[in-house]
Design a protein around this ligand. Structure first.
Ligand code: ADE
Length: 262
């Protein structure tokens, strides 16, 4: 996997290339990554990359010529790479997209600044437009870093235990179960007993329920949009019947608001 990032701030990528999981993946040659200065492809002494928008209005637009030359040059070095433009108008980035990107040969990532890039860059030169969320950043650099980080960890061999990526939240469209480490008691809050029991069957069952509870409470939309397994349906039915009996017990005591209790 090869990432070539086109940016006017190549130094911003120093941290990403040199630390943590991405740094190690580069060191182990599982991926290669470079940040290329778009200013190196300008033709004037001021190395200008932006200009005023036609039609007036505030802000500046990234000029097409330096960008097109930078993309061309990156393409010659990495002909199998797709060109990806980071823009708030792009397709929302998610885990499924990260997984599909991880199977590609590489990406030439174009980081816009100012109001955006001249539209003509998008006509033929860009394969994917990607947004990291419905908010506006001042440039695509942080967005590119997020995409690189999410994709790199899915490249085979990058993570120690291959299945730690497979278990991640969203991969199976359920959130991951809760995690605990030592100490067994932190400020009066104990780790659930079952996790200390050594009983792997019970631990798996607890993790499954934890995963379902968290998804139900934090992201019910993920459950609504999922083909539930029989085990998941059974658990939801069990919760339903428990909730029903709590509500029935409550109304039998005359304490629920619908029965006119206080
Ligand atoms: N550039 C500016 N805002 C962005 C966003 N939300 N996603 C991707 N690139 C961007």
């Amino acid at each position: 996997m090869e990432f070539s990032v086109l940016t006017i701030f190549p130094d911003m990528f120093h941290g990403l290339w040199n630390y943590g999981m991405v740094g190690r993946a580069i060191e182990r040659k599982l991926i290669s990554a470079s940040a290329i200065d778009i200013r190196d492809f300008t033709g004037d002494k001021h190395r200008t990359t932006d200009d005023r928008p036609y039609g007036g209005g505030c802000g500046m637009v990234m000029k097409p010529e330096p960008l097109a030359r930078a993309i061309d040059s990156a393409r010659q070095k990495s002909p199998a790479s797709a060109v990806l433009l980071l823009t708030p108008q792009g397709r929302p980035f998610n885990q499924e997209m990260a997984r599909s990107f991880a199977g590609e040969d590489g990406f030439i990532m174009v980081c816009g600044r100012y109001e955006g890039v001249d539209e003509r860059i998008c006509y033929d030169l860009v394969d994917h437009e990607v947004s990291i969320g419905d908010y506006i950043l001042t440039g695509g650099e942080l967005a590119a870093m997020i995409v690189i980080e999410a994709v790199t960890r899915l490249v085979p061999g990058v993570l120690g235990g291959e299945d730690s990526a497979a278990l991640d939240s969203f991969t199976g469209e359920l959130l991951e179960h809760a995690h605990f480490t030592r100490p067994p008691d932190f400020e009066g809050q104990p780790v659930p007993d079952v996790l200390l029991s050594g009983n792997h069957r019970e631990i798996e069952k607890w993790r499954f329920e934890s995963s379902m509870v968290r998804t139900f409470l934090k992201r019910p939309d993920l459950l609504e949009n999922r083909d539930l397994s029989q085990q998941e349906v059974d658990l939801l039915k069990e919760w339903c019947s428990r909730i029903e009996s709590i509500v029935q017990a409550q109304s039998a005591r005359g304490t629920d608001s619908s029965s006119g209790g206080e």
